[in-house]
Structures are given as structure tokens and as C-alpha cells.
Design a protein around this ligand. Sequence first.
Ligand SMILES: NC(=O)c1ccc[n+]([C@@H]2O[C@H](COP(=O)([O-])OP(=O)(O)OC[C@H]3O[C@@H](n4cnc5c(N)ncnc54)[C@H](OP(=O)(O)O)[C@@H]3O)[C@@H](O)[C@H]2O)c1
Length: 299
Amino acid sequence: MAPVGFVGLGTMGSRMAKRLLASGRAVVGYNRTPEKARALVEAGLVLQKSPRAVAEASDAVLSMVTDSTALRAIALGADGVIAGLRPGAVWAEMSTVSPDVTRELGRAVAERGAALIDAPVSGSAVTVDAGQLSFMVGGDPAALEKVRAHLLAIGPTITHVGALGLAVTMKIATNLGLAVQMLAFSEAVALAEKAGIARERAVEVLLKSVIASPMVKYRGPFVLGMPAEALFKVDMIQKDLGLALEMGKALGVPLPSVALTDELMNAARGLDLADYDFAVVFDVIARMSGLRPSVKTRR
Ligand SMILES: NC(=O)c1ccc[n+]([C@@H]2O[C@H](COP(=O)([O-])OP(=O)(O)OC[C@H]3O[C@@H](n4cnc5c(N)ncnc54)[C@H](OP(=O)(O)O)[C@@H]3O)[C@@H](O)[C@H]2O)c1
């Protein structure tokens, strides 16, 4: 069996590739900064010099990069994935990117006799490590069947959403809730604290209440102490909020809570908090309320 190809070995991609290796699969990979893949190479991943070389070696290519610009960079050109795709191959693209860019690349992939599916994920690095990642998939169901076993080696849940581009659409709709929920949680903590309830106690009560979504359960405690390594930085959540606002404008759907949350994320960047997890939106509310910010360990 041909090895699985993997392009983009960052926070999420490296952990996913590690799970593929742990399942006994041969994996060939590419990362723009090859040094970052050293640990994976030691674990058995064979590093290639270009996304094209990864595609040439595989019938199934998986990718996980930052944004639409990064996706175009790995997809297009003489060294891109598309130039190397084998006829009949399937490319499962898992990044959170523009649905329009996904569809545009889908047409170019089809011209090579291969298939693109969008397979964005819900969860964080913690969820990948726990083997609990969920995939939303868009595109040809037959193409999904060709890579289903590889995706299941990474996470247990796959939901087919519809045509190509609709999974990443669903992912953008999901992620707007992350930011908006975290802002609402921050407001609740600030209100309770300013009224005289200890921050720790307010967090404890909220985490035992009905508003404690799975995300609030793991991110809520960050308002007490920010993790040294962000799960998802301010600029990354703003990428997703920006995609949501673009879609809302195009479709005629008002997203007032997203627009407001995006403004407060701007404030977080203005306060030099961009490198922290987006839970740092709490600090924006805390500062405006005359409360102390969350505790930081050194960056
Ligand atoms: N982190 C999460 O909790 C999470 C959860 C769900 C979904 N996501 C989504 O998953 C995607 C990746 O997130 P991540 O946290 O893994 O990000 P990350 O750690 O910053 O990794 C980004 C990857 O993209 C590559 N890249 C960036 N720009 C590139 C370019 N111009 N050309 C080629 N490669 C480029 C990086 O290469 P270098 O190593 O060379 O920089 C790296 O491999 C994003 O779309 C994000 O929204 C993230």
C-alpha cells in the first residue's frame, strides 16, 4: 500500500501525522520549515522536499495549513500538491479556509483525475492527542470512502455534510460559537467578580452550570491562568471570525455577536495580547471593568 501523504506539520498536523504513524501506516510528509518535523522523522515519517513530491508518492494526501494563502501556496505551482496528484488519488484538505478557495482548487484537482474533499476538524491539539477529533466532510462520498480509514486513525467521528466546500462552511459556523461563547463566559466572570464573588469561585460555579460547553470546560479555566502555549491564538480565531463575517455579508445573514467579538479581539491585539490563547479576550473585559487581568506564565 502506498504511504499516506501529509502536508503541513504544525501544531495540529504534526499530531495527526503522529497518530497515523502510531497506527502502523507509512507516512510521507512536507513542512515549509523542515526542522520542525525532526521529531516526526525520528518516529518514521519520510520527509519530502515539496508538496508535489508528497502527492507523487501517495494515493491519499492529507493537509493542514494556516489559512487560504497557505493552502494556495501548497496547492499551486510546479511544486504544489496538484502538480503531483496521481489519477484516482484523494486529497483530504483539513485546514479552516475559505469555501470559495476550496471549490476553486477542487476544480483544478478534478482536471487531474483526482478528487478533493474538505475535511476540517472540530477540536484542539488536546483533542487530537486524546484521539477524539471530529471531522466534517464535504465532497464526493466515494472519495471519502477511499480515505475514511486514514481519517479514523486520527479521530473517531466523521460527518458528511454535503458538496465540496460545505464542510469548511460548517466549520466556520461552528467556530464563530467558540469566540462568542468565550466572550460571554468572560463577561459572566467579570460581572460576578466585580459584585464581590472570587474569580476562582465564579469559574467553578460556571463550569458546573448548564453554560459549560465542552469548549468552555477546557478553556474557561484560562481566565485564571493563561497557558504558556496557546491552544488557538487571537489571530487564528480572528481568521475564522473574518471568514464568518465575509460569508454573512455574501449571504445576507447578520452576525452581530461575531462582529462585536471580532472588535474585542482587535482590542486584545492592541493590548499586545495577540500571542495568547483567544481566551485572553477576558483581559479586555477585565481591563474595561477595572479588574486584574488573567495570570500569565512567561511567553
Ligand atoms: N490549533 C487548533 O486548535 C485548531 C483546531 C482546529 C482547526 N485548526 C485549523 O487547522 C489549521 C492549522 O492550524 P495549526 O494550529 O496547526 O497552525 P500552525 O501550528 O500555525 O501550523 C500551520 C502550518 O501551516 C504551514 N504554513 C503556513 N503558511 C504556509 C505557507 N505560506 N506555505 C506553506 N506552509 C505554510 C506551517 O508551516 P511552518 O511550520 O513552516 O510555519 C505549518 O505547517 C488552521 O486552519 C486552523 O484554523 C486548528
